[in-house]
Design a protein around this ligand. Sequence first.
Ligand SMILES: *[C@@H]1O[C@H](CO)[C@@H](O)[C@H](O)[C@H]1NC(C)=O
Ligand SMILES: *[C@@H]1O[C@H](CO)[C@@H](O)[C@H](O)[C@H]1NC(C)=O
Ligand SMILES: *[C@@H]1O[C@H](CO)[C@@H](O)[C@H](O)[C@H]1NC(C)=O
Length: 448
Amino acid sequence: MFLQLLWLSLGLCSSVSYAFAVSSDLQNVFQASNNVDIGDGVLTTISAEGADLEDILNLAEAANADVWRITRSEVDVYFPTAKGFTSSPFDDDAFTHNSTYIPRSARPTRQASDPSSWNLTSLANTTFHSEYHPLDEIEDFVQVMAGMYPDLVQLVNIGHSAEGREMAAMRISKPGTKTKVKPGFVLTGAQHAREWVATSTVLYLTHALVSSSSEAYAMSSLLDLYDFHIIPVPNPDGYVYTWEHDRFWYKNRQIIGPYEKCVGIDMNRNWGHKWKARADFPTATINKKSKTPTDPCTPWYPGHRAFESPEVNNIANYITTLPALKAYLDLRSYGQMVSTPFAYSCKKTAKDAEDQIEAALGAARAIRLAHGTSFTVGSLCSMLYKAPGNVVDWMYAKAGIKYSYAVHLRDTGTYGFSLPPEWIRPVGEETASMVQFLAEFIMLTKCR
Ligand SMILES: *[C@@H]1O[C@H](CO)[C@@H](O)[C@H](O)[C@H]1NC(C)=O
Ligand SMILES: *[C@@H]1O[C@H](CO)[C@@H](O)[C@H](O)[C@H]1NC(C)=O
Ligand SMILES: *[C@@H]1O[C@H](CO)[C@@H](O)[C@H](O)[C@H]1NC(C)=O
């Protein structure tokens, strides 16, 4: 079994396409490659060691670039055009940086994919996990799961999105002989619309839960221990928008007031634990002393009040109806991190922090054993920055789910949100290894 897994991992890793990775000199790439267009985008990772974080953020803002990720040691900045990058101060030896070219149309140009061609009878051989899927195909996938496994998969309509789309949850549960309630394990896909690999991963995990345990990475044996509750697309309106209009859209698509010129709430700042009207995303333009609410045009706008997003409200209402919840994973991208509560404060430590970190370290190890990918572990605030209104804080402090985590999947800034579809399957597999580990760990330590 181990050798088989090893073989599989080597096989997959060598098939990954590195065609677009460039080290630093973009001009050479433009000359070397026919299919690079000077109008395409550039993602550059800038080391914050030896450079001031505030300076980097100021320069990025002045260059009209989009900050994709900030950690304590580096900043990823996305330029919608390569020209924007080459005329920015970052294309200079003064900054330690690595850059990747991101195709202008990061949205796949593809034919509609027909459910009858997917052949979901096997986890390993289906074509479904080889590409990203638009919302209508995800809805087909969910229907096919319920149709193929009627004893295991139940669909629950949990309400409507801001634009009126129905939101679905899947309850994956093996009918037992005993009436005893099994502990619950909750998985959610991307709240931030552009984090496509989080969406593909939650679908892979769903499929792994119903697939025969004779297959590698299948998790159906966990259904003897747990009931799973899965919300594959928490932000359906935003997700559709990333397919139809703007690949890197972030928020939901809610109209927030008759006089507001901007649309959308950052769902992951709209949960009702320590929610705040001000979002101190660490950009230099925010006056730290100001008491004014956050500008609704910013991507991290937290709303006028907690649960203003109907999507957040629907999910919260559904979660509160579920019994005995023990684990929660907020699948996200990107950064390769397993993060514990809290996000709202770096000073407050969760009373279960020790157990949470112990399980997270094991989870990171389980991921590494699958394909060698390294994940870091810590509290969400300490890994990123202070961000109140986060789902992980609510799931832990309000819904009482002891093992609540944010999981930022691959990568660490080579492709960022534009992760190539060849990576969907290996990311799904390593995340399945993680879920398997966590589920077993929690069972073994449940007396604590
Ligand atoms: C650039 O890439 C190299 C090799 O992958 C890595 O060692 C280095 O840390 C990267 N630098 C930055 C600023 O990301
Ligand atoms: C679907 O996949 C299964 C398992 O790999 C295989 O046995 C079956 O022949 C496939 N069905 C079709 C219609 O291709
Ligand atoms: C997947 O396809 C391979 C090659 O055709 C086959 O040997 C294997 O049995 C299939 N696996 C499943 C679970 O159907």
